[in-house]
Design a protein around this ligand. Structure first.
Ligand SMILES: CC(=O)SCCNC(=O)CCNC(=O)[C@H](O)C(C)(C)COP(=O)(O)OP(=O)(O)OC[C@H]1O[C@@H](n2cnc3c(N)ncnc32)[C@H](O)[C@@H]1OP(=O)(O)O
Ligand SMILES: CC(C)C(=O)C(=O)O
Length: 561
């Protein structure tokens, strides 16, 4: 067998930043950054079919609804679709007063002018200029030395300044990105940014946004954080600069890099919803924002109806959100495995007793309800599941709260079903198995023919009813709280068996038009065996009697158990 050459020889380790007194590792994020969505630019340029105007308008409205205040709406010089959309948006009057749009342009004169033209009539706008600065781009793409590449930035910034001056009706703001920042020499990125600052003369009141891209993520996120801390410390006139981050996810750590970059002193994050963007995507704004949520920080973005957000994003991008995507994925709040289900179920039960709002449900890092999800899907059942699983499903789906011992008994039936089916066991499957196992649909040897209950003046119950025993009807009647005891006594008398009620619980449920009640009765049979009955009927009292009857059937060996 021939040996393939070792691929690792093609690559070199990433050089660490010489920053021994770094402070970011011990900082804690305690406030949200400024957010910029680049869904309609970086996200859009990476799609198989870029968005048309209708889709872009829909995405824009979504971003506004979510609470984005800075939105990169496109690359005006890319063509007529982009230009037309941006002009249309500006002139539509649909941009809220507190939202600023941004457009991207290369540092090329014709493209810069086209970008300004597209924004004709805008109240406020950010023009975002970029040129790559790292050695590979200098050598391979531009075939220029450092000074020439810096000159691209300076010339671009000068054209930008002059175009803005010609159009005083718009409040112009500027952004510069030394593209490929994270793979460039820090001193050269600083040099280019300083050169742009000397053209645009930012002040604390009119700061320049310096956006520091990890255009290709090439190192661990701690290195990016070191680069950001180094940049923040060394950029002159720091108070006149907004340090912005633009991370990609090539190594799978785009979110981590953005978070560590915030700890390292950045003010703003660019990204896309659900991490769309070039190649592996941009940093996911939903994830960064909701990560903040789970640390007790209000991110200022509203994902309280995450499914609506997903629907629009999937429609506009024509890319599905992955089922495991943090926070948004269809399966991220679902447990199939027994020990997870047990803990989640106990977590919800403990929550019912809790008197503060703190979230402490095991395995669920966030309350799905905060994202507009319900609790039905937090537990689903397959062959990896346990008692907590089907008990939860029966409770959510049928309103039935099974007693512990009954769960243990029924679990054998569910396990059997799951092993046989080799697929997920649905709520419908579980309910059918339950009905089969406890003969809820089958005719009973003991049947309830009629039953009536009234209240005496002292509040005690007076009941009278008829029970069919092997086809013969017997009257039962009594007074007090002893309805069940009286039924038991009748049965015991009929069959010469001993039955004693040891546990009784009832649960009423109402599901739309289907209002039912369930009762469970555990009895001690003569031989000391614990048995139970399940009754489901229109009201709890009748259900209780049915439960006693099925317990008696079981005790008497009339029904298989
Ligand atoms: C990292 C990012 O995501 S940046 C955003 C990229 N977005 C897009 O590309 C989407 C929109 N695309 C477009 O509108 C077009 O593809 C454009 C305008 C970018 C490029 O299209 P073209 O005009 O056909 O340019 P083309 O690719 O042939 O040439 C690019 C030239 O610009 C130069 N160039 C590349 N980047 C820059 C820059 N930031 N500033 C100045 N010049 C640049 C190249 O070196 C090349 O120069 P050369 O002709 O001397 O070799
Ligand atoms: C233009 C810049 C911000 C960019 O998209 C990148 O570097 O990825």
């Amino acid at each position: 067998m021939s040996m393939l050459p070792d691929p690792s020889v093609k690559y070199r380790p990433f050089a660490p930043v010489d920053l021994h007194d770094r402070t970011w590792p011990s900082r804690v994020i305690d406030a949200p950054p400024r957010w910029l969505s680049t869904d309609m630019r970086d996200g859009n340029q990476s799609l198989i079919d870029p968005m048309d105007s209708a889709k872009k308008n829909r995405f824009f409205d979504l971003l506004v609804k979510v609470g984005l205040k800075e939105i990169e709406v496109g690359f005006p010089a890319a063509g007529a679709t982009e230009f037309g959309f941006i002009q249309g948006l500006v002139q539509s009057g649909r941009i809220p007063d507190d939202v600023v749009i941004q457009v991207l342009t290369q540092a090329r004169e014709d493209l810069i002018r086209t970008s300004f033209d597209s924004l004709e009539g805008a109240r406020t706008a950010i023009v975002h200029l970029y040129n790559a600065v790292s050695p590979a781009w200098r050598e391979i793409v531009f075939r220029m030395d450092r000074a020439q590449v810096r000159e691209i930035a300076v010339t671009g910034a000068s054209i930008m300044r002059d175009e803005a001056a010609k159009r005083p009706d718009t409040d112009w703001r500027f952004q510069y990105s030394p593209e490929t920042f994270s793979t460039a020499e820090l001193d050269f990125s600083l040099e280019c940014c300083e050169a742009v600052m000397s053209v645009l003369c930012p002040t604390p009141d009119r700061p320049l946004i310096l956006n520091l891209p990890a255009t290709i993520e090439a190192a661990t996120p701690n290195i990016y954080a070191d680069q950001i801390e180094y940049f923040c410390r060394n950029i002159p006139n720091r108070e006149s600069v907004v340090v912005s981050l633009h991370t990609h996810n090539d190594r799978g750590t785009g979110v981590a890099a953005a978070e560590l970059g915030i700890m390292a002193g950045a003010d703003r994050i660019e990204g896309c919803l659900f991490g769309n963007g070039e190649r592996t995507g941009n940093c996911c704004l939903v994830t960064v924002a909701l990560n903040m949520y789970t640390q007790g920080i209000d991110p200022g973005l509203n994902f309280s109806n995450i499914d609506e957000v997903i629907e629009t994003v999937e429609y506009c991008n024509q890319i599905p959100v992955h089922q495991r995507h943090p926070y948004g994925g269809e399966l991220v709040f679902t447990a199939f495995s027994g020990s997870h289900q047990d803990a989640i179920k106990k977590g919800f039960e403990a929550r019912d007793q809790q008197n503060d709002r703190g979230w402490r449900v095991p395995y669920l890092p966030i309350d799905p309800a905060d994202l507009g999800r319900n609790y039905e899907a937090v537990i689903r059942v397959n062959s990896q599941s346990g008692k907590g699983g089907f008990a939860w499903v029966l409770e959510q789906d049928q309103g039935l709260k099974l007693p512990k011992r009954m769960q243990a008994h029924f679990s054998k039936a569910v396990q059997h079903l799951a092993d046989e089916k080799q697929q997920e066991v649905t709520a419908h499957d579980i309910w059918s198995a339950f009905c089969r196992e406890y003969h809820l649909d089958a005719p009973q040897q003991f049947t309830l023919v009629e039953y009536e209950e009234t209240r005496a003046a002292d509040g005690s119950r007076i009941f009278a009813g008829t029970i069919g025993v092997d086809g013969k009807e017997r009257s039962v009647s009594g007074r007090g709280n002893g309805l069940l005891s009286s039924v038991v006594a009748t049965l015991a008398d009929s069959f010469q068996i001993s039955l004693e009620i040891i546990d009784y619980s009832e649960h009423a449920m109402s599901t739309g038009s289907d209002a039912r009640a369930a009762a469970y009765v555990e009895c001690m049979a003569a031989n000391g065996e614990i048995i139970w009955g399940v009754g489901i009927h229109e009201d709890v009292a009748t259900a209780s009697v049915r439960a006693i009857l099925s317990a008696a059937n079981a005790a008497h060996g009339l029904l298989p158990r």
